[in-house]
Design a protein. Sequence first.
Length: 367
Amino acid sequence: MLVRYSYLQQQFGDCDDLWEKLKEFVCTSDFTLGKPLQEFEDKFANLIGTNHAIGVNSGTDAIKLSLKALGIKQGDEVITAANTFVATVGAINELGAKIVFIDCDDSFCMNVNHLENYITNKTKAIVPVHFTGYMTNMPKLLEISNRFKIPVIEDACQSILGAIDDKNAGTWGETGAFSLHPLKNINVWSDGGMIVTSNKDLYNKISLLRNHGLSNRNNVEMLGYNSRLDTIQAVVGNWLLPQAHEITNKRIQNAKYLDEQLSKIKQIKIPPRLKNYKIVYHLYVVLAEKRDDLLKYCLEKGIEAKVHYPVPIYNQPALAHLGHRTGDFPVADGHTKKIITFPCDQHLSKVQMDYVIQTVRNFYTKE
């Protein structure tokens, strides 16, 4: 591909110093809940702006353990966004709770204006999804959740260092759930996740839940899970985390350039870019006319464009029991026919971005 989607070969192409750190770590045999993990958790909490961080084995478990710590159980209702990735709903479903979807708006996040219509006496949690690196309208959401006394767990898996009015994703709710999957903005070499919170009681409970409920080797305080973040992955995380702001700023810079150029093409619609929102562009998504043909054309021209996601989660066979149909969430339905994702990562060159822009322009010119 002339413009590839995955940048991992570039990100870790020059990491001899990391290999040295890994060799040193292996010699310590400190593999489980080791010192590098504790260091990574402290650095991550400091980066986000919370008192605590707990390393877990995935972003999915970061959501699940947060909900579990709040006591979410069979028969409860949990509200989330209709256009999210399967991991969000999988975490809710695993606890036996009912998934309640709300449509999105053109920011690709939950339309909070609809939230009150979906709250019932069974609603026990709200999980806004900061999708693509854009943030849900958290000030308005918290005004509603506080009024109804419903806890909020942020699915911030795609939005590390995203913010509204300089308040970071993960600091608005009871906890924030982050993913360290290899394709996330800050990543490790396998699956990984992080939970952040400033609630000491939740921190203590989640710390138990991620490690079988063990308070020490011989005492089980509660039944939990095997969901520790591998310490060897924390070594990788400690190596990459100092680059977090640089990575974020470069993605924002690239997105701004793409916005400026693609907005000149009338068949492309740029999502809203609110000035007080810091969008971190885990995904750079725009709305395009004749999307399927454009996607095919881009791939033929060596641009690894994608669609996130062509079939919304509520229309997937695994959720057929919820009984949703096309039309239940009209904005999300409409997006599935128009959204297209272009590479926007920190390793993308201006030459590559110009090629994407010119390719899109050529597609519509030839029509």
